[in-house]
Design a protein around this ligand. Sequence first.
Ligand SMILES: [Zn+2]
Length: 152
Amino acid sequence: MSDDNDSSGIIGAIISVLILAAIWPYLLALLGIYIVYMVVLAILAWIAEHWVLTGLYVGGALGIYAIFYYRLIPKAWKRGLMYFQPKPIFISLSGASMEENVAEPPNLAERKFIPSTNLYCYWCTKKLGIKVWEKNSKYYCDECINNVSSEN
Ligand SMILES: [Zn+2]
């Protein structure tokens, strides 16, 4: 009898230890939830007591978050730069338009253009201005190049 009681008592102790081992994480979680609940209650009480200060803190935090989230600093910087930049002025150009200038493009493919002012025409020995033409390594003015070209 006594042996049975002892064995049953030992078995009961082992079972209770096993049950405790099985449920202790849940107990710990319950304890944690209770602690968090108490902390939240304390925070809520503090907020209820100092609601103006809390509102200021929350507003400041939201403002800082918005500044970084919407990148307000570079936007404001760009806007300021745009504000201080000089605005472009549109001028209507009178006289020959671009289309009129391009209407008759000169056929200069076969004649080499030499932009020099220190040369003399091979044909008429006139001092060459801006328009200088080269043909067979000789330089001609704008008028004589047509004669030379027509001769050949
Ligand atoms: Zn010439």
